[in-house]
Design a protein around this ligand. Structure first.
Ligand SMILES: Nc1ncnc2c1ncn2[C@@H]1O[C@H](COP(=O)(O)OP(=O)(O)OP(=O)(O)O)[C@@H](O)[C@H]1O
Ligand SMILES: [Mg+2]
Length: 224
C-alpha cells in the first residue's frame, strides 16, 4: 500500500456558504498503479489530488503515505516529503517561461543534494526519455503544447519520485497529442514502476489507466 485515504471530507467556505467538495472518500492506492479519477467538472478531482499530494489539507479524515500520516507533518516537513517522493504535472504545464527546457527540468533537483554533474546527467536522461533532446535550450514559448507537456513530465520525473500526480494532464492538448502524453506516462509506469494518479473528464484517456475511480459530487461512485 502506498496511499491510504480514510473518510476524507473537504469543505470550502464561499462567503457564508459551505461547499462540500469531498463528502467521505476512502481509497487505497498501491505501488505501481496507474489510476485515474474520472468525473464531471466540480466533482472533486483536483481537490482530491491536492489532498493526496499534501498541497491542501482535508477538513476531516486521514491520509497515509506508507506508514506516515501526512496530517501529522508540519509545513516544512511536508514540503520536503513532497520534493522527495512526488512529482506533479498540471493541466497548464506550469513551466517557468524565462527558463529553457533544460533549466525547467533541473529545478526540482536544485532543492536536493545533487552535484552539478549528477543534475546534468539526470536532466539529459529525462529529456531524452520524453523525446525532447533536441529542444533542451528552447523556452516554453518556443515549444508546442505537447512538447511543453513532455518537458513538464520530465520535470515531474527527474527526482525519480515514487508517485506522480497529474491533474488533467491532457486537457490543453489535442486528442492525438494527449494520447501520446498518456502513452509516455504508461511507458514510464511500466519501465520504472512509478505510480501514476491522474484525473480526466475525457473518456478516451481512461483506457490508459489500470483502474478507474469514478467521482460524483464529492463521493466515489464506482471503481472499475
Ligand atoms: N478554493 C475554493 N473555494 C471554494 N470552493 C472551491 C474551491 N476549490 C474548489 N471548490 C469547489 O469544490 C468543488 C470541487 O472542485 P474541484 O476543483 O475539486 O473539481 P474538479 O472535479 O477538479 O473540477 P474540474 O473538472 O472543473 O477541474 C466544486 O464545487 C468547486 O466549486
Ligand atoms: Mg479540476
Amino acid at each position: 500500500m502506498l496511499i491510504k485515504l480514510e473518510d476524507i471530507h473537504k469543505d470550502y467556505m464561499l462567503g457564508k456558504v459551505k461547499i462540500q467538495a469531498l463528502r467521505g472518500v476512502s481509497l487505497q492506492i498501491n505501488t505501481g498503479e496507474m489510476l485515474c479519477f474520472m468525473g464531471s467538472s466540480g466533482c472533486g478531482k483536483s481537490t482530491l489530488l491536492n489532498i493526496i499530494g499534501g498541497i491542501d489539507g482535508a477538513t476531516s479524515g486521514k491520509v497515509w503515505y506508507k506508514d506516515q500520516e501526512l496530517n501529522r507533518l508540519n509545513d516544512k516537513r511536508l514540503s520536503r516529503w513532497r520534493n522527495q517522493h512526488l512529482g506533479f504535472i498540471f493541466q497548464n504545464f506550469n513551466l517557468v517561461p524565462v527558463l529553457s527546457a533544460y533549466e525547467n527540468v533541473e529545478q526540482p533537483l536544485l532543492l536536493g543534494k545533487f552535484s552539478r554533474n549528477e543534475r546534468k546527467e539526470r536532466v539529459l536522461a529525462m529529456l531524452e526519455l520524453v523525446g525532447m533532446s533536441e529542444h533542451i535550450q528552447h523556452r516554453p514559448d518556443q515549444l508546442s503544447g505537447g512538447q511543453r507537456q513532455r518537458v513538464a513530465i520530465a520535470r515531474a520525473l527527474v527526482t525519480q519520485p515514487e508517485m506522480v500526480l497529474a491533474d488533467e494532464p491532457t486537457a490543453s492538448l489535442d486528442s492525438t497529442t494527449g494520447q501520446q502524453v498518456l502513452e509516455l506516462m504508461q511507458k514510464i509506469n511500466e519501465t520504472l514502476s512509478t505510480t501514476f494518479v491522474f484525473s480526466t473528464h475525457d473518456y478516451q484517456v481512461t483506457e490508459y489507466a489500470k483502474r478507474i475511480v469514478r467521482l460524483s459530487d464529492g463521493l466515489i461512485e464506482g471503481v472499475a
